[in-house]
Design a protein around this ligand. Structure first.
Ligand SMILES: C[S@@+](CC[C@H](N)C(=O)[O-])C[C@H]1O[C@@H](n2cnc3c(N)ncnc32)[C@H](O)[C@@H]1O
Length: 213
């Protein structure tokens, strides 16, 4: 258990505000969701690696017509979600478990701050699952913290390694991320790239099928 998790478990009612404050140092989740306006009005959203539901809450607030499914291998998937539970569901499962169920496809599949927690040799499978679960005309959105030589480029690593406690955390440089996406999702192309405040290390990539012109 990382220092952060151990402290969180002792914080009681202060846990949620503290977790929000900690996260906001690294990323403005409201800004991220606003930056997704180009994806149109998805009706079905899947978040792979949804964690406590912090992003799921913002997605359901912004995309009011959408049903949202958040999945995460962790047993605590969605435990911090305080949004509209009529349109949101959380399940503790992997993307391959969900793929095996062959659900109706999703028109927005979101993978935010997840890939650096997934061993490099397993990223392709996760991204393949995302591709299979994405409807024709749908979008896959990937957000990662980029590895870099300057202090900011290392911040994400230090936080995840020593506070979150993931000793295997493995960040990519931008070329490594682009190569991972190109190799794993050959039928998709990146159609939007931006950074999410407050750090330019937060890279946000939207992918569409090459055949969706
Ligand atoms: C930093 S949290 C991100 C949570 C959420 N996406 C957000 O932005 O608020 C990373 C999450 O990735 C999940 N994760 C780790 N390995 C995964 C995998 N192989 N498939 C899906 N999720 C995974 C972890 O359990 C954790 O909840």
């Amino acid at each position: 258990m990382g220092i952060g998790t151990a402290i969180r478990h002792r914080m009681g009612r202060f846990e949620e505000p503290a977790a929000e404050l900690y996260r906001s140092f690294f990323i403005d989740l409201e800004a991220l969701v606003k930056q997704l306006s180009h994806v149109g009005e998805p009706k079905r959203i899947l978040e792979i690696g949804c964690g406590d539901g912090a992003l799921g809450q913002r997605l359901t607030q912004t995309f009011k017509q959408a049903d949202y499914l958040g999945i995460d291998p962790a047993e605590t998937a969605g435990r911090g979600f305080r949004g509209d539970t009529a349109r949101a569901e959380f399940r503790s499962m992997t993307s391959s478990d969900l793929r095996a169920e062959a659900p109706d496809a999703f028109d927005l599949v979101v993978i935010v701050d997840v890939l650096h927690h997934v061993p490099a040799h397993m990223r392709r499978d996760l991204l393949n699952d995302a591709a299979t679960l994405t409807a024709p005309g749908g979008r896959i959105v990937v957000k990662e913290w980029l590895w870099g030589r300057l202090i900011a480029g290392r911040l994400g690593y230090w936080a995840d390694r020593y506070i979150t406690g993931d000793k295997d955390v493995d960040f990519m440089t931008e070329p490594q991320l682009q190569k991972t996406l190109a190799d794993s999702l050959p039928e998709f192309t990146v159609c939007e790239t931006s950074s999410v405040r407050p750090w330019r290390e937060n890279i946000l990539l939207t992918l569409r099928r090459k055949t969706d012109d």
